[in-house]
Design a protein around this ligand. Structure first.
Ligand SMILES: C[S@@+](CC[C@H](N)C(=O)[O-])C[C@H]1O[C@@H](n2cnc3c(N)ncnc32)[C@H](O)[C@@H]1O
Length: 213
């Protein structure tokens, strides 16, 4: 399967990519990942989106390009230097909130407020229609917290599951357990894809209706 020649790149993608090269940032998402995120974002009008690991904003740009005007995106990174590219080039978009903080702490605080049996009388923290977990938090650390924040029918997406030249020593061993844990999660349907850098898409399963015909 080849990437489509008819893809619609985000308006600011070329500038963000040029800045990434200038900063020597080599962890930016590739086109196939971005294209998938754009398609998934477009499937959720009025959607709430979360990206863990902004980097310079490559996937941020792809997500924004698929979102409608009522959708919102929170993107988090600890590194203000790389995130400044996203802030400068995409930061004026009112749908985007960029946070410069530790995503693990953010996830733990946010997930702690989720009640297992929500009541209409008690405010629930916002859940997300798509989470792109592209940092250690949400993917290898506090993953259960990220999954708890996926709304019914919402997507959880990870990439870089196929061997990458920039993987540090010891990283490859973490991939099979990650794939096993994600694909065996009872709350989600999952789809591993040999696409782009190797992707897994999870969708939160609907509650099973007791009296289906
Ligand atoms: C793979 S890159 C993100 C690439 C970006 N999503 C894209 O598509 O181009 C991972 C990012 O996670 C950030 N990061 C590392 N530890 C983090 C943490 N604890 N909280 C938030 N971000 C973190 C790094 O600074 C880096 O920019």
């Amino acid at each position: 399967m080849h990437e489509s020649p008819f893809f619609t790149p985000p308006p600011h993608l070329a500038v963000v990519q040029a800045c990434s090269v200038a900063l020597d940032f080599n962890m930016a998402s590739e086109r196939g990942t971005g294209n998938l995120l754009q398609v998934l974002a477009a499937s959720k009008p009025g959607g709430r989106f979360l990206e863990l690991g902004t980097g310079t904003g490559v996937a941020t740009a792809w997500l924004l390009s698929g979102m409608d005007e009522h959708s919102t995106l929170i993107s988090i990174d600890t590194d203000p230097n790389v995130q400044s590219v996203a802030r400068e080039i995409l930061g004026a978009d009112p749908r985007l909130t960029l946070l410069t903080e530790d995503a693990e702490t953010w996830l733990r605080i946010r997930a702690a407020a989720v009640r297992p049996f929500p009541s209409p009388a008690i405010d629930q923290p916002e859940k997300f229609d798509l989470i792109f977990a592209d940092a250690m938090p949400g993917k290898f650390i506090a993953r259960d917290k990220a999954l708890a924040l996926v709304a019914p029918g919402g997507f959880y997406v990870v990439d870089d599951l196929l061997p990458q030249p920039n993987w540090p020593e010891g990283h490859a061993e973490k991939i099979p357990p990650l794939q096993y844990t994600l694909s065996s999660h009872p709350g989600f349907f999952s789809l591993p894809m040999a696409w782009a850098s190797g992707i897994m898409v999870l969708v939160r399963r609907p509650p099973i209706a007791a009296a289906l015909p």
